[in-house]
Design a protein around this ligand. Structure first.
Ligand code: RIB
Ligand code: CA
Length: 319
């Protein structure tokens, strides 16, 4: 099987951590690197959390490059629900693994230029604000040739926002970066709240993941239990939406997702609607559709896929 070469740009973050742990045991994926960004937590914290999760998942082989300290223009906003450390109640040892000396944006430029020259484009999995990716595109637009597609968690089209009335956290955190990425002509697959709110990780699911996850079951249980919003009126049950993991889910089981191709625009000027993602559903703009928005998910089947992946931690050993 030809593996999909990916770089995961993230801001761990509880759901980022769950997404990383799923990716680590998915043989379809060749994880070339992890880049971190200011988002849920300051970049020092998201970077340290990424190192900790690599060690938890016995993947200290994956290089981690630290990225932007701030959004392009706006002041940082912090993720809610991730707790003080960004990993909820999950306490992991200080990592022995070190951050790579090369910063994330320089790494993205070098590695994506090489991918383009070698005609081996890479899929970018964007689990946080798009700051690093936007900066790399601005500094060296040629990197677009080395990007197969960007599969990103973010946006809210027919769903209300989760951080403001109109906007989802990742896009609201850095709407200018999102505008740059969505105007770049690079193919995008978007997992918005419209999709992630269809897959709620309930307390019953947490028990199932705890039962199958072998040596990491305690950490998984702590991460997932911390993700419970306890907002039944919003989500229809206890639990939390499986935001970032659905990026990995789409890559390993795309048949469980329905998409619709549209042109997407980002509001980055109006304070009231800052970070709103606007879909051109009926081609009013005349611009070519560059985004496949995930509109429907087979939630039960996706949970089963993740349970299968986490059960593979029964076979891995700590490094
Ligand atoms: O809106 C959901 C996104 O913001 C996810 O990436 C999650 O990590 C949160 O920070
Ligand atoms: Ca995230």
């Amino acid at each position: 099987m030809e593996k999909t070469r990916i770089i995961i740009d993230c801001d761990p973050g509880i759901d980022d951590a769950i997404a990383l742990l799923a990716a680590f045991v998915s043989p379809e994926l060749d994880i070339l690197a992890i880049t971190t960004v200011c988002g849920n937590q300051p970049v020092e914290t998201t970077s340290r959390n990424a190192l900790k999760i690599c060690e938890l998942g016995a993947r200290a082989d994956i290089p981690v490059h630290a990225g932007s300290h701030r959004p392009l223009m706006r002041a940082p906003i912090r993720g809610q629900f991730h707790g003080e450390t960004g990993l909820g109640s999950c306490v992991l040892p200080e990592p022995a693994k070190k951050i790579e000396p090369q910063r994330a944006v320089e790494f993205l430029i070098d590695r994506l230029l090489r991918a383009g020259n070698e005609r081996q484009p890479i899929t970018i999995c964007a689990l946080g604000p798009l700051t690093n990716i936007a900066m790399a595109l601005r500094i060296e637009p040629e990197i677009a040739r080395g990007i197969e597609r960007i599969v990103m968690m973010g946006g809210a089209y027919r769903e209300p926002g989760n951080r403001s009335m109109t906007s989802e956290f990742n896009v609201l955190s850095d709407p200018h970066a999102a505008h740059i990425v969505f105007s770049s002509e690079v193919p995008i697959v978007a997992l918005p709240l419209d999709a992630t709110h269809q897959v709620i990780l309930t307390p019953a699911h947490v028990k199932q993941f705890e039962a199958v996850s072998g040596r990491i079951s305690q950490a998984v249980s702590q991460l997932m239990a911390s993700w419970d919003r306890n907002q039944v009126e919003r989500y229809g049950s206890r639990g939390g939406p499986l935001h970032d993991p659905l990026v990995i889910g789409w890559l390993i089981a795309p048949h469980l997702f329905e998409t619709r191709r549209v042109r997407v625009f980002i509001e980055y000027q109006s304070e009231l609607c800052m970070g709103q993602t606007i879909a051109d559903w009926f081609d009013k703009s005349g611009l070519n559709p560059n985004t496949a928005i995930v509109t429907k998910v087979d939630a039960a089947a996706v949970i089963e896929v993740f349970l299968d992946r986490f059960s593979r931690y029964q076979d891995t050993v700590m490094q």
